[in-house]
Design a protein around this ligand. Structure first.
Ligand code: SF4
Length: 211
């Protein structure tokens, strides 16, 4: 179902090497900080954390809450997010010791552990599983729901989208890139108010064809 769409997106975007982070720890930090804010604001926070060498989970467990709040201020909701970051870092370090140790474990157990962490909803869990831990999980976010509804002319549930993507794409690279391409499309063309006239998917998209 998504293969043809993947190819169309790929012809335009190519391999985006998504997600934009340098380490697995940074990915987890980004997954928490990106909630309800733009990526630009997250980048500022991560840069500040890096400049003070507090950009790993282990360092976060050693940092007091006031300091953490100050570092991540630009990402918004910093009171809440600093608590989430500390709690997530502590739980992961206590149970597994490192993110590396969470890889290649029982998929369901790891997913269930991450889902139980404070401040982690479906999308954050999926992002951590795919981008930090390399499990074949598709990330379903608001861009995905909006775009697929317009493109196919129907609503999909998270479960349906994940089932199709995870069945059709064999390997984490395609799952990552499919998600990355949808995010970029959502920013470039398929915005809240879609820019169908200049969108490269116009002739394939159910919504776009009628514009
Ligand atoms: S044609 Fe319009 S609705 Fe369809 S993907 Fe492009 S911007 Fe979105």
């Amino acid at each position: 179902m998504f293969r043809n769409l993947y190819n169309l997106l790929y012809a335009y975007y190519g391999n985006l090497k998504w997600w934009p982070s340098e380490t697995d720890d940074e990915t987890v930090i980004g997954c928490i900080l990106t909630q309800n804010t733009s990526w630009k604001n997250v980048e500022k926070a991560i840069e500040k954390m890096k400049s003070e060498h507090i950009d790993t989970l282990i360092e976060i467990t050693r940092t007091d809450n006031e300091k953490l709040k100050d570092l991540i201020r630009s990402s918004g909701f910093y009171n809440q997010k600093s608590r989430y970051l500390s709690a997530v870092a502590r739980a992961i370090i206590e149970k597994y010791g490192s993110l590396e140790n969470m890889k290649n474990q029982n998929h369901e157990e790891v997913a269930s552990f991450i889902s139980g962490l404070p401040g982690v909803g479906n999308e954050t869990m999926e992002s951590i599983m795919l981008y930090a831990l390399d499990y074949p999980v598709f990330v379903v976010d608001a861009y995905t729901f909006r775009f697929l509804k317009r493109y196919y002319g129907k609503d999909f549930s998270r479960k349906e989208i994940r089932a199709h993507a995870e069945e059709e794409f064999h390997g984490i690279d395609e799952l990552k890139n499919f998600h990355g391409m949808i995010i970029n499309l959502g920013k470039d063309f398929c915005k809240k108010t879609p820019v169908c006239k200049s969108c490269f998917l116009k002739s394939n998209c159910l919504y776009g064809k009628n514009q």
